[in-house]
Unconditional design. Structure first.
Length: 130
């Protein structure tokens, strides 16, 4: 599975569009936005049909972003709030019950980032706010 990851687009429409074009040309199966979208008009750019998983950033207007993302065409947007735990099938492993566990968090608390990294529960920790 190919995952496109971004964060902190902060209503920079040009850079957000460039990221989306990169993800589209790379044939990603999913986009993960680690927070910092800010406004619904930027979030709507990600309504491409590629599944989007997004978490809240410290400058995001949560209620407006949540309703915009959850309203994506074909139900392709998921807004997780503060953080997300994505458990994906591991197609690289022959074991059919193997999963890859991913934590997604904006990163406003370094203590929490360190805890996610150190807990041993996640194969990957994706974060923004850098």
């Amino acid at each position: 599975m190919r995952i496109g990851c971004c964060s902190d687009t902060h209503d920079n429409l040009k850079l957000a569009q460039q990221a989306i074009e990169t993800f589209t040309s790379a044939n990603v199966d999913m986009i993960v936005h680690c927070g910092g979208i800010v406004s619904p008009f930027t979030a709507s750019l990600f309504d491409t049909g590629i599944p989007l998983h997004a978490v809240r950033g410290n400058n995001d207007g949560e209620w407006a972003l949540a309703s915009t993302i959850e309203g994506f065409e074909n139900g392709s947007g998921t807004y997780h709030g503060e953080s997300a735990h994505l458990s994906l099938e591991n197609h690289a492993n022959e074991s059919s019950d193997s999963t890859v566990d991913i934590a997604v968090y904006h990163g406003t608390s370094e203590r929490l980032v360190d805890a996610l990294l150190g807990c041993g529960q996640y194969d990957y920790v994706l974060r923004g706010h850098t």
